[in-house]
Design a protein around this ligand. Structure first.
Ligand SMILES: [Zn+2]
Length: 192
C-alpha cells in the first residue's frame, strides 16, 4: 500500500517526503488535488512560523547549524476559508462524472466532450463539458446533441467541493502516508 515502506527511511530521498497540509481546523486544505507541499516548502513554512508540525517522518535533514525531522503533516496557524468550488481540472471533471462516459457508461478511454461543440460557440466550462469515451466522442464529433441524438446521462454542472468529496470516496489517491490517514476520510475505504 505505501510505496516507500520498503525503503529504509534514512535512504529515501527527501523528495519522497511530501507534507500533508491541514487548515487550522485540521482538515486538509484541499482534497482535489490533495494539499501536499514538497519538503522544502514545508520546512520553510515551519521556519517562517506559518505552520505547526503535526506529525513527522523518520527522515531528517541536516545543515551545519540545525537538524530536523521532515514534517509529514503540518497545520496552518491561521484558518483559510476553503474554496466552495473545485478547480476545473481533468481529474475533477472525471470525478464529477464518476469516471464514466456520459453517453454509454463506459469507464475506459475517457476523453472530454463539449456538449455544445466549440464550433457552435460552446465554452470549455463545467456546464458544457462531459466525460465521454473515445468512440462516443468520435460518434458525436462536432454535432449538436439533437443532431447527433446523443444526450449525456446528467446535465453538466459546476459541482461544489462537497459534492466532489462524496464522489471521491471511491477514488483515493495512489499514495497515502500512514500519518495522513487520521486527517483524511479515505482511511475508511482503505480499511474496508
Ligand atoms: Zn461512450
Amino acid at each position: 500500500m505505501l510505496n516507500t515502506a520498503l525503503i529504509p527511511p534514512e535512504l529515501a530521498p527527501p523528495e519522497a517526503h511530501p507534507a500533508l497540509v491541514l487548515n487550522a481546523d485540521f482538515r486538509p486544505l484541499s482534497y482535489y488535488p490533495l494539499s501536499l507541499w514538497g519538503w522544502q516548502d514545508a520546512v520553510k513554512a515551519v521556519f517562517l512560523e506559518r505552520v505547526n508540525i503535526v506529525s513527522e517522518y523518520e527522515r531528517t535533514v541536516r545543515s551545519p547549524s540545525f537538524e530536523m525531522k521532515l514534517p509529514s503533516v503540518v497545520s496552518l496557524k491561521y484558518y483559510v476559508k476553503p474554496a466552495l468550488y473545485p478547480a476545473f481540472t481533468r481529474f475533477n471533471l472525471f470525478l464529477r462524472d464518476h469516471f464514466a462516459c456520459q453517453y454509454c457508461g463506459a469507464g475506459n478511454e475517457l476523453t472530454f466532450d463539449h456538449l455544445i461543440p466549440r464550433a457552435h460557440g460552446g465554452m470549455t466550462r463545467w456546464d458544457n463539458v462531459v466525460a465521454a469515451c473515445a468512440p462516443c466522442n468520435l460518434k458525436k464529433g462536432g454535432k449538436m446533441p439533437r443532431d447527433a441524438r446523443m444526450w449525456p446521462a446528467q446535465k453538466p454542472y459546476r459541482p461544489t467541493v462537497h459534492e466532489l468529496h462524496k464522489n471521491g470516496r471511491a477514488f483515493p489517491p495512489n499514495y497515502l502516508h500512514e500519518s495522513w490517514l487520521d486527517y483524511l476520510y479515505w482511511d475508511i475505504e482503505l480499511e474496508a
